[in-house]
Design a protein around this ligand. Structure first.
Ligand code: GLY
Ligand code: MN
Ligand code: MN
Length: 439
């Protein structure tokens, strides 16, 4: 687990970089499904990153303009023994000061009356508008009151800035302890994929495999799946966000599993493996699997400092297109096919994304016209695939798809740390060679 010392260090780094702006970072609310039944709570990752506090509805203030010892203020839901008998215990104001490194704590309902005072002396407010409607109302009221009085108070009007570029840039570079947690998430996720391959057989329902995977996540102490697990037999694998997982796995089909766990401190795995349900590839399945595997390996090797996510995508894409031309699924010159997007009916997504506290993690991919360069400590997925179906029109000049290829969807996805000494494939415990997929 990330310790309180690490959270404190992050807060100090954030406060140092706020340049005199006071940041207001809200926790996630509980979300009601119906009546008094709520969805499982999921903390806002920005709030978690800075606080390590896992209760809903709190609001954190980071106040660089205040003296040391008054810079981290937390508004929390107060202790309420009768309510806690129903929903579980709360830390309350005393608990967060004692155990979470908070300088000053108040009950949440005091936020409207106290916020204005805390903002006095700040240069601006760092708050993400458009995401937290209840808190936004309070922030805008305080800002508006301040604007009403600047004429006589002599203070400058507060500006309103977004905290995201600063905070998300911090989150993009993983600390050593975060990297350790990401390794654990990847290891548990990888082992679950191995278990799924051990038990799969024709006639099983997709959701039985989902159960095997998610049971392992829970047994290892994870919160559960990091996102809706995808267990897709045959043609279902050509539906990129297939999560209904309720079909029978057929003899002769492949099954694509895209699943990863989320740890108790929200670090996530995101792994995809594809293998034959009966343990033996058909000729077409094997030929396409070899192309995707070659593309994934080439892309993985390119995850080096100085490269960028677009470059990794370009390398995977070129290998995929070359393979599709060799197999007769595309006609023409590889450069022109890429230039004209003539492969998009067979490969329609990017090759990866940042990975961390969110599965599609924060952090810029581009700054202006420049792609963000990979640096040690960044973590990304590498996940090329091929999806052969007739859902998309075949572009003019390209061959129509013979039936023998249809219903084959393949993706191979690993979680990769950009390291000083080359890429570290954190999910490498999940096998992917042809021989292992057939064992
Ligand atoms: N599981 C979501 C993704 O692979 O991006
Ligand atoms: Mn995935
Ligand atoms: Mn992914």
């Amino acid at each position: 687990m990330i310790d309180q010392y690490s959270f404190a260090k992050r807060r100090n780094r954030f406060i140092d970089q706020l340049a005199g702006n006071a940041a207001i970072i809200p926790a996630a609310p509980m979300v009601t499904h119906h009546a008094d039944c709520e969805y499982p709570f999921r903390q806002n990752s920005d709030f978690w990153y800075l606080t390590g506090f896992d209760e809903p509805d709190a609001v954190a203030l980071f106040l660089p303009h205040r003296p040391i010892g008054e810079q981290y203020v937390l508004f929390v839901l107060p202790k309420d023994p009768a309510l806690e008998a129903w929903i579980g215990s709360r830390e309350g104001t005393d608990g967060v000061v004692k155990d979470f490194g908070v300088d000053i704590a108040h009950p949440l309902d005091e936020l409207p009356k106290r916020l204005g005072d805390y903002l006095q002396g700040a240069q601006g407010i760092a708050f993400r508008i458009g995401k937290h409607p209840k808190i936004e109302q309070i922030v805008l009221t305080v800002l508006s009151e301040q604007l009403d009085t600047v004429q006589r108070s002599g203070s400058l009007p507060l500006s309103l800035v977004a905290p995201c570029p600063l905070l998300h840039n911090l989150r993009l570079y993983k600390e050593p302890l975060e990297i350790e947690r990401m390794r654990v998430a990847a290891r548990i996720s990888a082992k679950a994929h191995e278990l799924a391959r051990e038990v799969v057989h024709p006639g099983m329902n997709e959701r039985q495999l989902q159960g095997v995977i998610e049971e392992y996540f829970l047994a290892q102490g994870a919160r559960g799946p990091a996102y809706g697990s995808i267990v897709a037999g045959g043609d279902n694998a050509c539906i990129l966000h297939y999560t209904s997982n309720n079909s029978i796995l057929k003899d002769g089909d492949l099954v694509l599993i895209d699943a990863g766990c989320s740890l108790s401190d929200y670090y996530n795995g995101d792994i995809t493996r594809t293998f034959p349900v009966n343990g033996c590839f058909t000729g077409e399945q094997r030929a396409l699997y070899e192309v995707v595997l070659a593309a994934q390996k080439a892309a993985l090797q390119s995850v080096l400092p100085g490269q960028n996510a677009e470059g990794v995508h370009a390398i995977a894409l070129r290998t995929l297109v070359e393979g599709l031309v060799d197999l007769g699924l595309l006609y023409g010159n590889v450069d022109s096919l890429i230039e004209q997007n003539a492969y998009r009916h067979l490969y329609m997504h990017r090759t990866g994304h940042w990975l961390g506290l969110d599965v599609h993690d924060v952090g810029a991919y581009r700054l202006g016209e420049y792609p963000v360069k990979l640096e040690p400590g960044m973590i990304l997925t590498v996940e090329p695939g091929l999806y052969i179906s007739d859902r998309f029109a075949v572009p003019d000049g390209q061959p129509s798809i013979q039936d023998r290829w249809k219903g084959i969807g393949i993706r191979i996805e690993d979680d990769v740390l950009v390291g000083l000494n080359g890429p570290e494939v954190m999910s490498s415990d999940a096998q992917k060679s042809i021989s292992e997929m057939e064992s």
